[in-house]
Structure formats: C-alpha cells, structure tokens
Design a protein around this ligand. Structure first.
Ligand code: UDP
Length: 369
C-alpha cells in the first residue's frame, strides 16, 4: 500500500485527522476537489482584507482542549461576535439581551424585561412542536415577529412552523447587557486568516487539490489501507437511496467606495422582504487593521443569500428534519458496512457542527482508529 490513509476533504475535519495521523507516524495523503485547502472556512485576501469566502466563521468554544488545539496553529485575536439586526431600518442588538429589550419595550431592568417576556411566553404551553412554538416559548411573540421569523424562513426556505425546534435553541437569551453572541469561554479569529491556520495544520503532509476522489474511487481506494471521507455521505454512495436535502449559501461580494459600510462585522436582515439574510463586512473581524495594527483603507462586504441545493452544487448546511434524518440513518448503515472507510465532519455525518465540535470529533475518530 502506498498510503496508510487517504483523507478526502482538506477542510477542518480532514486537516485535524491528517495532522494527528501524520504525528502518529502514518503515511497520509489529503485530497480535495476544490482548488484550495480549508474547505468552507477558507479565507482569501481581497484588498488587504481576509474575506471569509464561504461565510463568516467565528471560532468559539467552551472546550479548553479545542482552544489549545487551534492555538497550536494560529494566534487568535480578541474578536467577540456581537451582531446587529436590521428590521426594516430598526436596529437591534443580538443575541437577545437587555439592549434588545430596551429598544423593543423600553425595559431598563432585567425584571422589567422578564415580566414582559414571561407574559408573552404563556402563548405556548407544553413541549414546543416546531421552531415557531419554540421561539415564542423562549422569547415571546414580539421578538419572534421582528427578529426570528423572517430570518429563519429565509435561511431555511420554509415557514417556521415546519422547522424543527432545536435550530433555535442555539440562540442565547440574556437578561444582562452582554452582547456576546456565543455562550463561550474562548473566542476569536485566527490572525492571518483560517486558510493559513489550516495550511499550518497540513504542514509536511502530502496534499493534492483539484482532485475528485469520487471520480476515481476504486483506484484511490486501492492505494490506501484506510480512507477518511469528509464529503457528503449520500454522494459517496451515488445517491443510491435518494438525495438528502442541504441548504446552500450564495455570496455577493462587493468593494464599496467607503472605509466603513455598516459599522459592524455582521448585520442580520431579519425582515422577510430583504432577499439576503445578512451582510458581512469582513474588515471588522480584525478591527479594521492589518497585522501590524495599521488601519486598512477601503472595505469588502458580502451579502449572503440562502438557497436550496441541487446536485453538483456546494452543500453548506444539512437540513436535520425528520425525513432527512431518517434517510441519513439508512446511509449510515451502508457506511458502517464500508470496510476501512470512515465518514466524518458536517457532510460525512450530516450534522450541524461548529468548528470546535468538528475538531473534537476528528480527534475522537483518530483515537478510535
Ligand atoms: N436566528 C434568528 N435571527 C437571527 C439570527 C439567528 O432567528 O437574527 C435563528 C435562526 O433560526 C437561525 C438560527 O438562529 O437558523 C441559527 O442562526 P445563526 O445565524 O447563528 O447560524 P449560522 O448560520 O451562523 O450557523
């Protein structure tokens, strides 16, 4: 055998596996069909600014292990995500916190806000059956209407009463003036971009980009003892049980003629009429400065559109509703029978993973092998 492992996909999951296996003395080849490494966390310099090409990524975790791990490959800045919501020109602080409640109702103390939310939550009793009920149960109708409904429907392409409740549980509700979006002990963006971080993870490892494993599956398979596949599990099996659903994101990137387009890295458009879900102004992930601390002139923005996915396009989010979860379990059964091939990552396991969970899950897999 030429290799101990072929790892398909040079994204975060694949890169962590490759690093760990290489450090155990294994002979590893990493393949990716795109012409670059880093998968969907790929960043690219445009006009001196690290642009998050496949959507904004903010590293956040409560795991000291995951935090120590990424810090081996990059230095992190102190960026803390504090997105702003734009609802028909009204600006609200996210996640839902005291600034939001003050803007909505004039609430000043946590007690004021709690009273209002408690009263509105009454609308839904018992276990929430869908996202709409879950949202109202969490924060009441006012917030649901202005800050959740439109955004969520745009993001998932279907009404909130036909979406699973768990999607929204990731959103914190805080009765403090803390605007940090994530409930995480550690947070930041790698200085110099994610691409450089992943390149560091892959240093000394053979990587071939622009090469599709699935186009020549049998040949690649014969070259390695084991394969770690991080692409879509249904595609691996030629969609023989049917397609699972994915959401895709499309970006409209622009270099507007200003130094400051929106005053924040992330602005969510939470109404239904605006066709995009959010606008990212990439320079604010790095405080508008280059690595020496000098202010960056100009700016780059991306408008983010959520789309349904068709075969041949890049999938981003699994749609973990009942139907797809069931189909996934049938693919998983096939995967378990596929000798020497391991499936991992967001697409391989058809699961929404944050970056820290991706890393921990890759470390776990390598330990098991
Ligand atoms: N969400 C929302 N309003 C917002 C931001 C998020 O209702 O302004 C809900 C929405 O249901 C969404 C979920 O929270 O699907 C997760 O959104 P987030 O933007 O955090 O996810 P990401 O796309 O960044 O992984």
């Amino acid at each position: 055998m030429k290799y101990d492992f072929i790892i398909v996909g040079a994204g975060l999951f694949g890169a962590v596996c490759a690093r760990e296996l290489k450090d155990k003395g294994k002979k590893v080849l990493v393949l990716d069909r795109r012409d670059h490494v880093a998968g969907n966390i790929y960043t690219e310099k445009v006009a001196g600014i690290n642009v998050h090409k496949y959507g904004a990524h903010i590293f956040h975790t409560n795991s000291a292990e995951a935090w120590a791990y990424v810090n081996r490959f990059a230095s992190f800045n102190r960026y803390t995500n504090a997105p702003v919501a734009n609802y028909r020109g009204e600006i609200y602080s996210l996640p839902f916190n005291m600034y939001t409640f003050n803007r909505l109702w004039g609430a000043v103390t946590p007690e004021d806000a709690k009273k209002i939310i408690e009263a509105q939550r009454e609308e839904v009793r018992g276990e929430p059956q869908n996202l709409e009920q879950q949202a109202i149960r969490l924060v009441g109708r006012d917030i649901y209407e202005k800050l959740i409904k439109g955004y969520t429907q745009k993001q998932w392409g279907r009404p909130c009463d036909r979406l699973p409740a768990f999607i929204i549980r990731r959103l914190p509700v805080r009765f403090t003036y803390d605007t940090n979006y994530f409930d995480a002990l550690y947070q930041g963006i790698p200085i110099g971009g994610y691409t450089r971080m992943v390149e560091n993870m892959l240093s000394g490892i053979e990587v071939v980009t622009g090469t599709d494993y699935l186009k020549d599956k049998a040949r690649w398979r014969s070259m390695a003892d084991m394969v770690i596949f991080t692409g879509a599990i249904d595609e691996y099996f030629g969609y023989e049980l049917g397609e699972m659903e994915y959401r895709r994101v499309e970006f409209e990137t622009e270099v507007p003629d200003t130094d400051n387009f929106q005053g924040n890295a992330v602005v969510n458009y939470t109404d239904e009429a605006t066709p995009f879900t959010r606008v990212i102004e990439h320079k604010w992930f790095e405080f508008g400065r280059d690595e020496t601390g000098k202010p960056i002139p100009g700016t780059v923005i991306s408008r983010e559109y959520s789309r349904s996915w068709k075969r041949g396009q890049e999938p981003y989010y699994p749609v973990n509703d009942e139907k797809n979860t069931l189909l996934y379990s049938r693919y998983k059964a096939l995967a378990d029978k596929e000798k020497g091939v391991y499936f991992g990552g967001r697409l391989g396991q058809y699961r929404y993973f944050d970056m820290d969970a991706t890393i921990l899950s890759a470390l776990e897999l390598v330990k098991r092998l």
